[in-house]
Design a protein around this ligand. Structure first.
Ligand SMILES: Cc1ncc(COP(=O)(O)O)c(C=O)c1O
Length: 415
């Protein structure tokens, strides 16, 4: 026999949350760690304003806040998005959605992906909208909804080329008909997801859109259905206006980062996240001295070195003699290999650097900037991984900058 809907307050699951920004120090009053992620909420708001100005009127926006809104803190990002007109939120896991509910978010939340059966009662209990792509899940949801006397709201996901979640486009029409025969199910949306919306070559994106249209054209109920059609992520929103449908799903763009180097730009958009640390110690390096594990750097001349109290266990890539941080408004090259909790940088050109000075690992300092795309290049990855890699042990600090303070200098073009 199955258990009924859980009578559990999501807050009782708080101890299981481990995402960035959510871990509290054991003593709330203990000094904050001298390495942190800073989120500029005013910039986040400006980004939403720019997106709202750029979008066609009437186009709805869903804010993707999975993985703590790519490391920015899901609650703060969700509240900002909703205050700027987002009609819906999306997360990837049940726990992420429950944390939003526990934080007081009442807006509709779409759960991306496929749900294991054990999660379905939770979804109904907490008014979470499931993506469905198979009849078995739809039927189980309908059964649970019938028992509760309240319809289960779902979006049908159609796989048009990601080969990830959803029903294959060629099989979507019969499934749509079957869903329509389940009165306890409310089909509130039909969606697909682009594999390559942010590349210059849009051939496959156009193909995916054609497959989506084809699947829906074969669905006789379509013309009268109130279901929202949504296909676009940030890349699609920027570059595929013909595919906007009724709603777009934006994750990276409101955070001020473009999904790629080639997609359309929104002037004024800038990253809301920066990563900072206070210099721990400063020391001299003499010819012949080596730096760090594996002795990856050996000084040939006298140099000055600053030690920063964070490393790869905080999400900075484990690079060796590659990349830089910003210190005293200049680029300070990384020397040797980045360690778990520390990294060494060359400040020979900035002799004024002292312990306690603020270094920037991601973001702006004076006229210099390190973008997520820069760090991604050093790491051989994409900006998405850089943003989501900052670990929970880096405290999140939320800042409200008045617009004038950041109006100048203008953000450097990305990446
Ligand atoms: C289904 C789905 N839609 C939208 C998004 C948001 O993508 P982006 O961050 O590029 O806007 C994601 C993120 O991976 C996603 O999985």
């Amino acid at each position: 026999m199955r258990l009924g809907p859980p009578a559990i307050d999501p807050r009782t699951r708080d101890d299981r949350r481990s995402g960035p920004g959510l871990s509290e120090p054991p003593l709330a009053a203990s000094p904050r760690r001298p390495a942190w992620v800073e989120i500029d909420l005013a910039q986040l708001s400006r980004n939403w304003d720019l997106i709202n100005q750029a979008k066609p009127p009437g186009l709805r926006v869903l804010a993707v806040v999975k993985d703590e809104a790519y490391g920015h803190g899901a609650l703060a990002a969700a509240q900002t998005a909703l205050a700027h007109g987002a009609v819906m939120l999306a997360t990837a896991t049940l726990d992420e959605a429950l944390a939003l509910r526990a934080g007081g978010i009442r807006a509709p939340i779409l759960l991306f992906g496929a749900r294991p059966e054990a999660e379905l009662p939770w979804c109904l209990e907490y008014d979470l909208v499931c993506c469905v792509g198979d009849l078995a899940t739809a039927r189980r949801l309908a059964e649970l909804a019938t028992a509760r006397g309240k319809p289960a709201v779902v979006h049908l996901e159609i796989d048009t080329g990601m080969s990830r979640y959803g029903v294959r486009w060629t099989a979507a029409a019969p499934l749509l008909a079957q869903l329509a025969s389940l009165p306890a199910l409310e089909l509130a949306g039909v969606m697909t997801h682009f594999a390559m919306s942010d590349e210059a070559d849009k051939t496959f994106a156009h193909e995916q859109r054609a497959r989506f249209d084809q699947a829906l054209a074969a669905w006789t109920a379509a013309p009268s259905s109130p279901a929202l059609r949504h296909l676009c992520n940030s890349g699609g929103f920027l570059d595929l206006p013909e595919a906007h449908g009724d709603m777009v799903r934006l994750g990276i763009l409101p955070l001020g980062v473009y999904p790629s180097a080639v997609c359309r730009r929104l002037p004024g958009l800038a990253p809301a996240m920066s990563v900072r640390a206070a210099v721990a110690t400063v020391r001299d390096l003499f010819p012949g001295d080596t730096v760090g594990y594996g002795m990856r750097y050996r000084a040939t001349t006298r140099r000055r070195l600053a030690v920063l109290p964070l490393g790869y266990a905080d999400g900075f890539p484990r690079v060796r003699n590659q990349g830089h941080v910003l210190l005293a408004g200049r680029r300070a090259p990384i020397l040797g290999g980045v360690a778990m909790d520390a990294m060494m940088v060359d400040v020979t050109e900035a002799p004024e650097v002292r312990p306690g000075d603020e270094a920037v690992l991601l973001g702006r300092q004076a006229d210099e900037e390190i973008t997520a795309h820069d760090v991604a290049r050093w790491k051989g990855t994409v900006s998405y991984e850089v943003m989501t890699a900052w670990r929970a042990r880096l405290p999140r600090v939320y800042r409200h900058t008045p617009p004038a303070a950041t109006a100048s200098p203008p953000p450097r073009p990305q990446p």
